[in-house]
Design a protein around this ligand. Structure first.
Ligand SMILES: Nc1ncnc2c1ncn2[C@@H]1O[C@H](COP(=O)(O)OP(=O)(O)O)[C@@H](O)[C@H]1O
Ligand SMILES: [Mg+2]
Length: 340
């Protein structure tokens, strides 16, 4: 369990103070995949790097499993770093060493015995058993990152930090690496903190997400909540770029609608039920679908529909919202009916 309290980070640049993190408060549970999303310069790297003290906080507390890591002595710091794996955007491999030598490197640094079976298991875990004697220059980007992941796991850490681990990869390779991280999380119960600027990364594997903007956490919650009901403009714009709810698109549809307009959010089992049809029959009304998206958040299917309720003047919208709520569907009123 990680607990961050009142964390600040200020850099001195040419005698000027640049505040990169402002009053960060976070708790990350054991075994969780926790995403931190934000634009370039938002403070993501500064934040993740405080978790293994690659950056020292200017003030505030960071507890890992009940221990204040900012108070560690030199040996404590060495132990912390060994228990914390890190994966980087540009892999940071040793170019003059083979795949196997790269993976073994942290064990050598820690002066730990090297068990060939352990190395074999790491190679198999990341699917590189046939590439162990190659050099990084002979590998694809995805394979390089697999080396990076195996190296990060060599010391059997409890916590894995991923700093834009898929940002240098194409979309297909990104998905393969994300599925590998998810697999590792499930098999080993490893806690993963990952930072990214891409909503799709968060949507694929994270349980919860914090949105960071200009050094502050502006939104925090389960991925489905943040994804379906983004409250902060920074979240909304990153979402639109990732092909999620595009406000401009449905605003156009909204302008045409005469009746009341609702946004319906379905998650899990409700996504596949014929609720609209059922309610339309029961209420003797019609729904015009103006905009819709469906997809998956981690393992959970979701749908979001923007519908116009025809004959809205004769329908009690609040009662209709209750009927949706009773079926597990969240509704937001985007427009009241325009009376003729
Ligand atoms: N070592 C550093 N020295 C001075 N300023 C830094 C340093 N690292 C980051 N910053 C500044 O802190 C802010 C946040 O940077 P960073 O944490 O790298 O953001 P992100 O990872 O979200 O792009 C930026 O304004 C950046 O210029
Ligand atoms: Mg960064």
């Amino acid at each position: 369990m990680i607990r961050i309290r009142n964390l600040y980070k200020t850099y001195q640049v040419d005698g000027r103070a640049v505040t990169a993190l402002r009053d960060i408060n976070l708790e990350i549970g054991r075994g969780e995949i926790f995403g931190i999303i934000g634009r370039s310069g938002a403070g993501k790297s500064s934040l993740i790097r405080t978790l293994n003290l690659l950056e020292r906080p200017s003030s505030g507390h960071i507890e890992i499993d009940g221990q204040d890591i900012t108070a560690l002595d030199a040996q404590g710091l060495v132990n912390l770093r060994q228990q914390t794996g890190m994966v980087f955007q540009h892999f940071n491999l040793l170019m003059a060493r083979t795949v196997e030598e790269n993976i073994v490197f942290p064990l050598k640094l820690a002066k730990k015995p090297i068990d060939p079976q352990h190395i074999q298991q790491l190679l198999e875990l990341v699917g590189l058993q046939d590439h162990r004697h190659k050099y990084p220059a002979q590998l694809s980007g995805g394979q390089k990152q697999r080396v990076g992941i195996a190296r990060a796991l060599a010391n059997a850490p409890k916590l894995l930090l991923c700093d834009e681990a898929t940002s240098a990869l194409d979309p297909q390779t990104t998905q393969a690496i994300l599925q590998l991280l998810l697999d590792i999380n499930r098999r080993m119960g490893l806690t993963i903190v990952l930072i990214t600027h891409e909503m799709n990364v968060v949507k694929s594997i994270c349980d919860r997400v914090a949105v960071i903007d200009a050094g502050e956490i502006v939104e925090l919650g389960p991925v489905s909540e943040i994804f379906l009901h983004p409250a902060h403009p920074a979240t909304q714009s990153m979402l639109a770029e990732s092909g999620g709810q595009n406000e401009a698109e449905w605003q156009a549809a909204l302008a045409m609608a005469q009746g009341a307009v609702l946004r319906l959010s379905f998650t899990g089992a409700t996504t596949h039920q014929p609720l609209l049809h059922e309610l339309a029959q029961q209420w003797g009304i019609a729904f015009n679908i103006l905009h819709g998206t469906i997809g998956r958040i981690k393992d959970t299917p979701y749908g979001q529909l923007i519908v116009e309720v025809a004959q809205a003047n004769t329908v009690d919208i609040t009662a209709l919202q209750d009927a949706f709520a009773a079926r597990g569907v969240r509704t937001d009123i985007l427009q009241q009916g325009k009376r003729p």
